[in-house]
Design a protein around this ligand. Structure first.
Ligand code: ATP
Length: 137
């Protein structure tokens, strides 16, 4: 079965939405292969979002992602990457479809509740960033 990587971002954690977001993930048929409640440093956030380093929002994004606790998880399901991106909805919550996680829980483009990997390759890289082999089941 395929895997994707997700983070429940600091806004959604601070707003008390961990349980509701995990329920939606569960209802959509994903199995949790790994999960942790954690926090990343500014340097780790910069490394994680390295592909965006030339973008104007890079500083704000990495400040935000290192500003509070997050939930990191590896999710398993057939077609995991594409199906999870469908479940989370558009990056900008104003454009997210009804029923998506971002429609329900995101505050703005930068405080958009969840991350979802955009390819199988990145799912693998991002999962390995947060979990060692013995933490993935
Ligand atoms: P993610 O990678 O978090 O799942 P995404 O793939 O929908 O989101 P990307 O284009 O990869 O979006 O951007 C990564 C993150 O950077 C977004 O989730 C968002 O929080 C932030 N971001 C993207 N574009 C903007 C922008 N124009 N202004 C502010 N923040 C942005």
């Amino acid at each position: 079965s395929d895997r994707t990587f997700t983070m429940i971002k600091p806004d959604a954690v601070a707003n008390g939405h961990i349980g509701a977001i995990l329920a939606k993930i569960n209802e959509a048929g994903f199995r949790i292969a790994a999960m942790k409640y954690t926090k990343i440093t500014k340097d780790q956030a910069k490394k994680f979002y390295e592909v965006h380093q030339e973008r104007p929002f890079y500083e704000d994004l990495t400040d935000f992602m290192s500003s509070g606790t997050i939930v990191a998880a590896i999710l398993e399901k057939d077609n995991a990457v594409a199906d999870f991106r469908k479940l989370i909805g558009a990056t900008n919550p104003a454009e997210a479809e009804e029923g998506t996680i971002r429609k329900e829980f995101a505050e703005s483009m930068s405080r958009n509740a969840v991350h979802g990997s955009d390819s199988d390759e990145n799912a693998c890289i991002e999962g390995a960033f947060h979990f060692s082999g013995t933490e993935i089941f």
